[in-house]
Design a protein around this ligand. Structure first.
Ligand code: ADP
Ligand code: MG
Length: 277
């Protein structure tokens, strides 16, 4: 089966095109995130079933699959927002032990910046305060240094002029770009995105994807749960398809989209492609 989405492809080169990409920004052999035999139950509902999963440094992984398949639970287990029932999570070789204290967990969590569907900005803080809060309080960065970093990151996401406004004055796309700047401010080893564009009006999706593409091309390590198949296909190094709590199939985006090996992958792609504009 062949899913041709090429007619709506934008002009970005595939991230793995060697001629277009500085080799130093390609994924490395180094494993940044490793999940081994991960199981998660909510009550007697088996939500993650023996998941083995790795993310290499500088790799962009798109996590796709039907609603309820366990994508959010999996990435929430990576930064200890959920406690696995069994199995192991290693971040840069450090085991995320569920019995660690909150303080120890918060130290490990700094390694992974998280961007949520609903932005989760602090409503009572201005944009620059949102971005500098964690560097100041958690990293204990001197104020002038945190401000400089905050301003640099706001420039990066194209929001320098919104520095002193409150989130309620921003569009959804702008809020999400602030949330990305805030995640970057902790200088994490990797970024986790959980459907970052799903809550946005369609006309605002592009500005957020653009920022994410820039991060990918700069060599950031990213795990992105998304329904944006074009983004998955054009920007990711690897696509992972989950269904019913398990990884059904994964691989090179072009391969997986053109020749999905499993019936469930085929059915999911057929369905999602048919609802694409
Ligand atoms: P996805 O992100 O792929 O849509 P989720 O990881 O959110 O899937 O959910 C996987 C399954 O776990 C779903 O059946 C969902 O209803 C269930 N689930 C998720 N969070 C909880 C929770 N806190 N308590 C009980 N069930 C949950
Ligand atoms: Mg989800």
């Amino acid at each position: 089966m062949d899913f041709d989405v090429s007619q709506s492809r934008d002009s970005l080169p595939s991230r793995s095109s060697e001629d277009l990409l500085d080799q130093s920004l390609a994924p490395t052999e180094e494993i940044l995130i490793r999940v081994s035999k991960l199981n998660k139950y909510f009550g007697d509902k088996h939500v993650l079933k023996d998941i083995d999963f790795e993310v290499h440094r500088r790799e962009v992984v798109a996590l796709i699959g039907p609603s309820g398949s366990g994508k959010s639970t999996l990435i929430r287990c990576l930064n200890a927002l959920e406690k696995p029932t069994s199995g192991e999570v290693y971040i840069h070789g450090d085991r995320l032990n569920p019995n660690l204290s909150l303080k120890q967990l918060s130290v490990l969590r700094r390694d992974l910046g998280m961007v949520f569907q609903n932005f989760n900005l602090f409503p009572h803080m201005t944009v620059i305060q949102n971005v500098t809060e964690a560097p100041l309080l958690v990293r204990k960065m001197p104020k002038d240094q945190a401000m400089a970093l905050g301003e640099e990151l706001l420039a990066k996401v194209g929001l320098s002029e919104k520095r002193d406004v409150y989130p309620s004055r921003l569009s959804g796309g702008q809020k999400q770009r602030v949330a990305i700047a805030r995640a970057l401010a902790m200088q994490p080893r990797a970024l986790l995105f959980d459907e970052p564009t799903s809550a946005l009006d369609p006309e605002l999706v592009g500005e957020v994807l653009k920022v994410m593409k820039d991060l990918a091309y700069e060599g950031s390590t990213m795990v992105v749960v998304t329904h944006e198949m074009q983004f998955a296909r054009d920007v990711s190094d690897r696509v992972v398809f989950m269904s019913d709590g398990a990884i059904v199939e994964q691989g090179d985006p072009e391969e997986l989209f053109r020749r999905p090996q499993h019936k469930r992958t085929q059915m999911f792609l057929e369905r999602i492609m048919s609802i694409l504009p």
